[in-house]
Ligand binder design. Structure first.
Ligand SMILES: NC(=O)c1ccc[n+]([C@@H]2O[C@H](COP(=O)([O-])OP(=O)(O)OC[C@H]3O[C@@H](n4cnc5c(N)ncnc54)[C@H](OP(=O)(O)O)[C@@H]3O)[C@@H](O)[C@H]2O)c1
Length: 245
């Protein structure tokens, strides 16, 4: 199936972002992929082209660097002039009780998980609006976390960044959805990636949500019309705890 749509995916070098980029590539989308290391991205670009992506731009950017994030948005807009899906996925975790977690770590989490998404939303808004036009659609998909909805001990900083991301996207919808641009946050429990490695002696990776599960939700969001706004999707794991990470 061929497609003339275009996405920007952050955190596309591995994990959830790589899976979302693969799903779009298989539909023939063009892509800008970003994360910190150029080498991993170049390898990924080759794989995405083989899967069916029409064109892949590689733009490395460290999400702690506000100027680099703005340059990423500008680079994408210059390369393609449109954005059908902005996938805000790059993120970092940090565990630590409020009694102990140093403020500099808290600040870094906010730079990557909240400030960078804000800069991307703001910088790409003209391109998203232009892509939606008067009767089309453009979607923002932001990967939050179940801890942004149901807090857990020792995840106050991380969970609060994800709660902020969900709130940011809700407000974005209030301001922009009548323009055909709307955001969906995906709030998964543990997903089998490098980020959840620390936990795998307690919860085996094979029992976690798969990156393919998250990619399926992201892909589905891109099938929605401008008249359907999907605010937040919570993905929990099987078991008797409804709010299970
Ligand atoms: N895994 C889970 O259990 C889980 C659950 C809920 C939500 N999430 C969320 O899902 C998203 C993706 O996580 P994942 O599980 O796929 O993790 P992952 O496998 O560790 O991948 C993280 C991605 O983000 C990029 N990244 C990290 N720090 C960055 C920075 N400072 N600047 C630019 N890129 C950066 C990484 O690229 P480089 O290192 O190559 O730069 C990588 O591509 C995150 O927002 C995370 O919070 C994960």
């Amino acid at each position: 199936m061929s497609d003339d749509r275009v996405a920007l995916v952050t955190g596309a070098s591995r994990g959830i972002g790589a899976a979302i980029a693969e799903r779009f590539a298989a539909d023939g989308w063009s892509l800008t992929i970003s994360s910190r290391g150029r080498e991993a991205l170049e390898r990924r670009a080759g794989e995405l082209s083989e899967l069916g992506a029409r064109h892949v731009e590689v733009i490395p950017a460290d999400m702690t660097d506000a100027d680099a994030v703005a340059d990423l948005a500008a680079g994408h807009a210059e390369a393609f002039g449109r954005c059908d899906a902005l996938v805000i996925n790059a993120g970092m975790g940090q565990k630590g009780a409020i009694a102990e977690l140093p403020v500099r770590r808290f600040d870094r989490l906010y730079q990557v998980n909240v400030r960078a998404p804000y800069i991307l939303l703001q910088s790409l808004l003209p391109t998203l609006r232009a892509t939606a036009g008067s009767n089309g659609v453009a979607k923002v998909i932001a990967v939050a976390s179940i801890t942004g909805v149901y807090p857990e001990p020792e995840l106050s900083a991380y969970g609060s960044t994800k709660a902020a991301l969900i709130s940011l996207c809700e407000t974005f919808n209030l301001e922009e959805s009548l323009n055909g641009v709307s955001a969906t946050t995906i709030a998964p429990g543990y997903v089998d990636t490098d980020m959840s490695e620390w936990l795998k002696d307690q919860v085996p990776g094979a029992e976690m949500i798969t990156v393919g599960d998250v990619a399926t939700i992201a892909h589905s969001v891109t099938q929605l019309s401008r008249f359907a706004v999907l605010p937040n999707v919570i993905l929990t794991r099987p078991g008797s705890n409804l709010h299970r990470a």
